[in-house]
Write a protein that binds this ligand. Structure first.
Ligand code: MRU
Length: 353
């Protein structure tokens, strides 16, 4: 059985409410762009690829079930909806990249002679539906490339991986990016164990990654974020594999806060550090990580756990949801990203050749 977080068929979208995991498995219907936006903003659905897919699918279902629109009205509705969806979360590039491409597509298609409104609408829905299938096949390729690469210098025996946040089926259309690499290693019989971080403050690792790993019976151990250095020192970590929310032109990578310290620790311990990301997470329009907007989330995510205050009243809080790992911080630890179709210039430096 595979874990699924997005259930879609023409005109119908349901998402697994990730806020309730691991205690409850509850799917919720998304019937409009506004509901899609709210699900992303409230983190019922999260993870860079999943944000873009659910955002665009919310538009597909609203189009399918909504009123017939005139051609210009349809183009305006699609573009306005995409502009709105982009505002839900700023750091992951996937939604804004999909929005730019789909907006260009609908404008171009609308200029075709004799294109009917019905055909135009169907082509927009078809464009969105392809995102789902492409993401799963990209992830499987990333998983296989990544696993083969990690195993390339190791002719036999098993490897131990350290990963961060949630990059699996729950963060994508299925299979996962960094967790896809872990899945591939496991299915090849070459994974000894994966260590996953709790991922404070939102606990994507403890709640979601641990849930996926237990669900699939992959040998896994949960650690807190502050244990990564000792794990690198004492637990025979063969490689660190993380996902990405935005990889910019020079290779700087925004990912869940805590990734930067993993890269520094990996460099110190001479452990290979890898970013597993599809080309939908690459943003060549930005030169360096300094230009990436980092989302800051509510203080309550740090001060409270399950609604109960744990922090001393009155303390100031800083809660950046992501950090940027400069490409240089992982050099020396042999790092590489396996973007499914990223051109070479997107890749982080590999010191292996
Ligand atoms: O705040 P989140 O849960 O959306 O952050 C998710 C991450 O940072 C993931 O590592 C990243 O999106 C890659 S998901 C394949």
């Amino acid at each position: 059985m595979t874990l699924e977080a997005i259930r879609y068929r023409a005109g119908s979208l349901q998402i697994l409410n990730q806020l309730l995991l691991p205690h409850q498995t509850a799917f919720e219907s998304i019937t409009s762009v506004q509901e899609g936006w709210e699900a992303i903003k409230s983190m019922k659905v999260r993870g860079a690829p999943a944000i873009a897919i659910v955002g665009c699918l919310s538009l597909a279902v609203e189009l399918k079930n909504g009123p017939q629109r005139e051609r210009d009205e349809l183009v305006t509705f699609v573009c306005d909806s995409l502009n709105h969806l982009v505002t839900a979360r700023p750091t992951a590039v996937n939604m804004s990249k999909a929005a730019a491409e789909l907006a260009e597509f609908v404008v171009q298609q609308s200029k075709e002679d004799n294109v009917s409104t019905q055909t135009l609408q169907e082509s927009v829905i078809g464009w969105i539906e392809e995102m789902l299938e492409k993401d799963v096949s990209d992830n499987k390729k990333i998983g296989n490339f990544g696993a083969q690469h990690i195993l390339s210098g190791i002719s036999q025996g098993k490897v131990t991986i350290l990963t961060h946040c949630n990059t699996g089926s729950l963060a994508t259309a299925g299979y996962g990016t960094a967790l896809g690499v872990v899945r591939s290693l496991h299915s090849m019989g070459r994974l000894a164990r994966v260590f996953c971080t709790e991922t404070r403050p939102y606990n994507q690792g403890a709640r979601l990654t641990a849930y996926e790993l237990v669900f699939e019976e992959i040998p896994a151990t949960l650690i807190t974020d502050s244990m990564v250095s000792i794990a690198m020192k004492e637990k025979g970590i063969s490689a660190v594999v993380v996902g990405a929310d935005r990889v910019v032109a020079n290779g700087d990578t925004a990912n869940k806060v805590g990734t930067y310290q993993l890269a520094i620790g990996a460099k110190h311990h001479k452990i290979p550090f890898y970013v597993a990301a599809p080309s939908t997470s690459c943003d060549l329009s930005l030169e360096s990580g300094r230009e990436i907007v980092i989302e800051e989330r509510p203080a309550q995510e740090l001060t409270d756990i399950n609604g109960a205050r744990i922090a001393a009243p009155g303390i100031d809080v800083w809660n950046p949801a992501f950090d940027v790992t400069p490409t240089s911080s992982s050099q020396g630890a042999s790092s590489r990203s396996w973007g499914s179709s990223c051109p070479r210039s997107y890749r982080l430096h590999s010191l292996e050749g």
